[in-house]
Design a protein around this ligand. Structure first.
Ligand code: NIG
Ligand code: FE
Length: 415
């Protein structure tokens, strides 16, 4: 008597599961996709019930609905480990300035940059933010992203940071995507605190963190730990206060200059340390010693027209798990497209297609605290799956520029 499922996805060739021992992958294990030729997946109540050879799954299970992958590549849904999803307006004016030679920090100093987006976000009502963010999320889903981290950080006051995190919660309820909210009040010093950075750090710790913590609006707290932004000492104080309020630490660090942010991430047991273009050998060793995941954002280097990319090969050789994200934001990476990020990971970071896929699924899921629920095709996990217009994993980052996602299944539902 076959068992009842809600949906069976079959003739996945190959079915790339990334199944294996729990935990993020490091080193050579990043290149083990655990592929099944002509595989199938049985799904019930949004979860994966069984995974295996097509014939066996079709014999054991019956379902009212079937999706035929017609011999195409199937992978876990993509996980975007780093986004600044809630923003308003766009900054194409800075794009030309940068092409003409201005640096990211030059633009920030002339009143552009993060603070110009803060002005726009503060002037935008919650409903409008929700509407615009929902449009972004739909584009992400269409391109295969089924789980994403989403930071605040363009409000920079208790009222507006809470507004942004409420927008994340509302979008997550309304759309077929899992969003992991991160509080990032320490993204920049707002204008009203200009020249008084220590006072702003106090305000983040005294006012914003307790308010966000009490409303349970964020799972993580992130800080832009960078020379000229927040120091290692300030970042430590903020992240320890956030942890007391129930938010796990994450860091933007070593993006432009090495400041010891990677060492801080290791010291406080951050789940991830992100950017890392300027990381030192000492920083890499510290991340490795504490199992911190390196979240690399090659679309940011690419878009900032920088020749400096994070040393992904070094991380992989040293055994630091690598994850990928878009860094989706209006200033340094206006893309939602994890397929493009995988291509850049291969061409600019010299990751192999198999490593890039692991970094964009399983390791990204662990980087956002969702490793038990997403990132691989295994019984018990959410049924987040993509049927690609691609014959194999290598084709995905190779055929860049077009959307190769053919069918996106989120929690057992074809979206
Ligand atoms: O991750 N580095 C800091 N924050 C963003 C950029 C935000 C912006 O420019 O608006 C980033 O690249
Ligand atoms: Fe970022």
């Amino acid at each position: 008597m076959p068992l009842a499922a809600d949906l069976i996805l079959h003739h996945a060739h190959p079915l790339v599961t990334l199944r294996g021992a729990p935990g993020p992958r490091a080193g050579r294990a990043m290149s083990e996709p655990a592929a099944i030729p002509d595989g199938a997946v049985a799904i019930k109540r949004g979860r994966i019930l069984a995974v295996g050879a097509g014939r066996a799954v079709l014999r054991e299970f019956r379902a009212p609905k079937k999706v035929d992958a017609e011999g195409r590549l199937v992978t876990p849904g993509l996980v975007d480990a780093h986004t600044h999803l809630v923003f308003a307006g766009s900054r194409e004016n800075e794009f030309e300035m940068r092409i003409r030679g201005a640096s990211y920090m030059d633009i920030a100093k002339t009143g552009g940059g993060i603070l110009s987006t803060v002005d726009r976000v503060r002037a935008t009502p919650l409903d409008t933010l929700v509407r615009e963010t929902r449009l972004r999320v739909r584009q992400m889903l269409r391109h295969g992203t089924t789980t994403a981290e989403a930071k605040s950080g363009y409000g920079l006051s208790t009222e507006h940071e809470i507004k942004c995190l409420e927008a994340v919660a509302r979008v997550a309820r309304a759309e077929d995507i899992d969003l992991v909210p991160t509080f990032m009040g320490a993204h920049e010093v707002p204008r009203e605190f200009a020249g008084r950075r220590p006072d702003y750090v106090d305000a983040v710790i005294r006012d914003m963190i307790p308010a966000v913590g009490a409303r349970r609006l964020a799972r993580f707290c992130d800080v832009f730990c960078e020379v000229g932004v927040f120091s290692v000492e300030e970042s430590r104080r903020i992240l320890l206060a956030a942890r007391r309020a129930g938010m796990a630490p994450k860091l933007h660090a070593e993006e432009f200059k090495a400041s010891g942010g990677a060492e801080l991430a290791a010291e406080i047991g951050a789940v991830s340390c992100d950017h890392l273009m300027a990381v030192t050998d000492r920083g890499i060793r510290a991340l490795k010693a504490k199992g911190v995941i390196a979240v690399l954002l090659p679309a940011t280097s690419f878009f900032l027209a920088s020749s400096r990319f994070a040393p992904a090969r070094r991380f992989i050789e040293e055994g630091v798990p690598v994850a990928l994200g878009t860094d989706y934001n209006p200033g340094s990476s206006p893309t939602f497209n994890m397929q493009l990020v995988m291509t850049l990971a291969c061409t600019q970071l010299r990751m192999t297609p198999a490593e890039a896929l692991c970094a964009a699924t399983l390791n990204a899921a662990y980087a956002v605290g969702e490793g038990d629920a997403a990132g691989s095709i295994e019984p018990g996990k959410r049924a987040d799956l993509i049927v690609w217009d691609a014959p194999d994993v290598n084709y995905l980052p190779y055929a860049f520029g077009a959307n190769l996602a053919r069918t996106v299944i989120k929690a057992g539902k074809v979206v």
